[in-house]
Design a protein around this ligand. Structure first.
Ligand code: GDL
Length: 426
């Protein structure tokens, strides 16, 4: 049972969109966990953004129709988003017509809820004027879809979609004010929090934006998004949002990791947060999520995985800029291992601890390799192998220290990996 009127998932990332089969699995899980809404907005569906004017070719239109049906069968509300902002020319009558026609063409496929996205586009010199055009475009679409009055959701993503993009600030932004005053109250406004990826969102920050846009915002939450770095995958709980936040928003939609399978902890935990009692914590929520996830790793009795093993994996790939406690411990131990001040005896016991951590990760990897959920294996494989390899490198380096492998501690990797080590402490 859903605990918020709009609660669910945005397929809103850059990169390869999910397949029909992946979306089907997502809907099953959403239904089981009480997530009621799926926003279709894959940045790299050509007809969603780059070629927004074009109707879907027959095969793609058929896939969309089947997707709506799949969502409906699972009791999930599907919202279709169009992102015309890269080159929509509102002064041009042909563009106005193309916009309305595109929405109506999608409506004919059975879609009942819609969204207009103006994120990640250039700002106009006069942002208030840009907002007024976007408002006009939205109302134009509403009238084309529902001449007798709005009958489904309309979600609007602003160009200033988080506090760090609001100029000069949230409370004083002419852009946000023009939206708030201009957009019909029936239109929901999406908001990602203080930042594009917000590790924390305070109630106060939400009340401030709600005042600016004259309605409770709908959270587009990028906490678990992974499309901006190869090195990231977020297996931590829904966190950094106080429970009181729920009363201040119109709903929450998570734009999660690109790989679908590793989204179980984050999405389960979002559902758990939405219905939580006052003693809820992200840590206990993660425990519940991992218990739900564990059976996926346990299909082959010869390769058992424990909750502790899975917890270490989740802590290694936790949340933006944050490791979970078990991974913090591994990092502390690894730092001591490479510290020249560490004595031989202590190093030996630290190495034993690192070996134990590596064994846990390898256990998870072996279980996946032997198991039936190949997608879960393929999604996690690069990240698990990466950690195992780096642990190996450290351990070999530490045991050969002072002998014949001066290269062992050198960083290997691509240019991006080298750049990552510059200009920051760690
Ligand atoms: C963004 C994009 C989103 C992307 C995310 C994380 C919004 C509103 N838009 O800015 O598509 O996945 O960052 O990289 O968040």
């Amino acid at each position: 049972m859903s605990t918020m009127p709009v609660l669910g998932v945005i397929e809103g990332f850059y990169g390869r969109p999910w397949t029909a089969a992946q979306r089907g699995r997502l809907f099953e899980r959403m239904a089981a966990w009480g997530l009621n809404t799926y926003l279709y907005a894959p940045k790299d569906d050509r007809w969603h953004r780059q070629e927004w004017r074009e109707a879907y070719p027959a095969a793609e239109a058929e896939s969309l129709r089947a997707l709506v049906e799949d969502a409906r069968q699972h009791g999930v509300r599907l919202v279709y988003a169009l992102a015309p902002g890269l080159d929509l020319d509102w002064a041009n009558g042909a563009d106005r017509r193309a916009l309305a026609q595109k929405f109506v063409s999608v409506q004919r496929l059975g879609i009942e809820h819609f969204s207009l996205l103006f994120d990640d586009i250039p700002y106009a010199p006069d942002r208030a004027a840009q907002a007024r055009e976007q408002v006009a475009a939205t109302h134009h679409v509403l009238d084309a879809l529902w001449p007798d009055g709005q009958a489904g959701l309309m979600l609007f993503c602003p160009t200033e979609y988080c506090a760090e993009r609001a100029r000069p600030g949230v409370a004083s932004s002419p852009y946000l004010r023009a939206l708030g005053e201009g957009l019909r109250p029936s239109v929901d406004i999406l908001w990602t929090g203080p930042q594009v990826v917000s590790p924390e969102i305070s109630v106060q920050s939400i009340l401030e934006v709600n005042r600016a846009v004259c309605r409770p915002v709908l959270l587009w939450d990028n906490l678990h998004a992974s499309d901006y770095s190869l090195h990231r995958l977020h297996l931590g709980p829904y966190a950094g949002r106080p429970l009181d936040l729920r009363a201040g928003v119109a709903g929450i939609l998570s734009n999660p990791n690109n790989p679908l399978e590793p989204n179980t902890p984050g999405l389960f935990s979002l559902a758990d947060y939405a219905g939580a009692a006052p003693d809820w914590t992200p840590e206990t929520s993660l425990d519940r999520a991992l218990e739900v996830w564990l059976p996926e790793f346990m299909a082959v009795p010869a390769h058992p995985v424990t909750l502790e093993d899975l917890r270490l994996v989740a802590h290694m790939l936790y949340l933006p800029g944050q490791l979970g406690p078990q991974a913090v411990r591994v990092l502390t131990v690894a730092r001591q291992v490479v510290d020249l001040q560490t004595g031989a005896e202590q190093r030996a016991s630290l190495l034993e601890e690192l070996r134990a951590a590596r064994r846990r990760v390898v256990r998870v990897l072996r279980a996946l390799e032997a198991g039936p959920n190949r997608d879960l294996l393929f999604d996690l494989h690069p990240y698990l192998v990466d950690v195992v390899e780096e642990l190996n490198r450290l351990m070999v380096g530490a045991t050969q220290r002072g002998e014949d492998d001066p290269e062992a501690f050198l960083y290997r990797g691509s240019l991006a990996d080298h750049l990552m080590t510059l200009g920051r402490e760690n």
